[in-house]
Design a protein around this ligand. Sequence first.
Ligand SMILES: C[S@@+](CC[C@H](N)C(=O)[O-])C[C@H]1O[C@@H](n2cnc3c(N)ncnc32)[C@H](O)[C@@H]1O
Length: 264
Amino acid sequence: MGELEKVSFKGEAYRPQEETYFDDGREIELLHFVYGHPRFEEMRGNPQRVLDAIDEYGRTRRYLMNIGEYKSKTIINLIKKEKPRTMVELGGYVGYSAIAFGAALRDAGGKRYYSLEMNPEFAAVISMLAGLAGLSDIVKVVVGSSSSSLEHLFREGAVKHIDLLFLDHYKPSYTPDLKLCEELGIVSVKSVYAADNVVKPGNPPYLEYVRSTVEEKRARLSNGNKSGPKGNPNLIYESHFVEGWEPSGVPDAIEITKCIGIEA
Ligand SMILES: C[S@@+](CC[C@H](N)C(=O)[O-])C[C@H]1O[C@@H](n2cnc3c(N)ncnc32)[C@H](O)[C@@H]1O
């Protein structure tokens, strides 16, 4: 991370992250801020204007745990390159990533962006702001824990293959939720994963998993912990990380992983 720290964060940062930094009324306050904004009319059907208003709230009022414009660019570039049809995000919060990536997915010819969010109030905020941005046909919000929502989407046949999975929820759930997707068979060859916050706060078990060889995964499975989903150790991954900044200016990175094959 030395190199990253030498490069300065350009632009205006969000307010600093306080001890209590979400679920204290600020998400509803954000709705009032957006709907009472003098440029509200310009936001209708315009994802960028809605993102600008969310950023303005984060910079001038209170911190929001959004991916922010810097790290978003990495994932928008990935969407342009991979042209996913179906994207799933784990952890939607107030819809910043759903709006930024849902719009990019639509522009790249994609079909559906599922935003899985366990907090029903946050889920309502995502639906409202994605609707305001004109993305109701693309962004579908699913309320509940990520694992139960993934099972539900699979069982009802809505999601057969995830082209691009964005992990941005509870950090210890990244690995078991990815393993669940592997077990359900909804990720496989050509699936790409983008995992946020692998530096801040960090996620060593996830990095270890996606950077392991098939042999290492098989060995761990036969020796070790039998609780939770076992995943599919036969999927071959290529993984690397892309540096960026939190919207508050703190260095962070996104781990980008591609499934490039299955070992028999
Ligand atoms: C960092 S925020 C997501 C930010 C959002 N992706 C963005 O960049 O705009 C994490 C979100 O994950 C949600 N969350 C945490 N654990 C979850 C779980 N197991 N299932 C679904 N959502 C979860 C939290 O309620 C919170 O809204």
